[in-house]
Ligand binder design. Sequence first.
Ligand SMILES: [Fe+2]
Ligand SMILES: [Fe+2]
Length: 351
Amino acid sequence: MSKISEGPVKGLHHITLVTSSERVNRRFYTEVMGLRRVKLSVNQDDIFHRHLFYGDENGTSGSVITFFEWPHLPSGQVGLGSPHHLAYGVKNLEALHKWATWLRMNGLRVSGPHRVGDRASIYFRDPDGFLLELATSIDGDIDEVALREMFSEEVEVEGITQDMRLSVMDHASPLATNPALLEQFLSKTLGLKRLAKRENPHDSQAVILGFGSEDHDFLRYILKPSIRVGFVGTGSIHHIAVKVESDEDQKKIMKTLDSIGIRHSGIIDRFWFKSLYFRDPFGNLLEVATAGPGYAVDEPPEALGTRLILPPWLEPERKRIEEALRLLDEQFPAKWPPIYRPAPEKPEKVE
Ligand SMILES: [Fe+2]
Ligand SMILES: [Fe+2]
């Protein structure tokens, strides 16, 4: 991968999905995935439903996965506008092996290890059916047969040890049909360059194009000439947020969008960061979010995520909001442990 000059986008900021149950979701992402809840709030555009944030211990941007709780929605469908999967990075093969064991111990139906490009990966579905990947960089000479042999040996795992801890996400994979249009769009709007083009070992008609800054291709679009239109529902990605360091960089991107006639949301103050939303030409919802001020702006770092936090302009509504959330929990009882759906045998295949 070639080094390129610095653009305004510095990696992923957060990725937002839809869940059907806060209680199941919280147990999965904290107890099984070992993340920390770093904010418990409400959807600012739909204030009587929760917005849940999980990340590493410090809520580092790029580690944060968030969920809108919409229990009444049907399951989403992967396709154009509804991204395929996301991957967290893990330290090394040993940690990946431990993860496969740990997840199976917890009743998940894991697919892998697989080799996709320069990564070894395992895949599994969360309680809402969303496809997650854990990935680690590997040397050129380890093939899938060698990986499988390695993983067939038993490894002792009693819990999530320090070497297994998840932090920054490795990549998100939306879908697209036209490589030239995609490349032009991402370069023009976000200054992202195509860093890699890979075969998709799970789908001979598809390729994987990696876009990013410096040497990390954190957006790994899967391209295929013909892909069905997807829709967002439970167990699917709602939007993918990339990070800019400053308000100025965000404004610059907005001006570019205006100059080329791309509709956008305008800049919205989300209190923990500022957001700007627009869609790529294939219907995927993207967000440009500022790195600061961060999740510790309204609660001390040690107490992150422990109580319902509302931005100041929603505080007057607290009573009504809490009552609505209580009713929602009553209406949609949670079941733990969930029944996990298996991950596909060829996880990066586009159906
Ligand atoms: Fe992937
Ligand atoms: Fe967002």
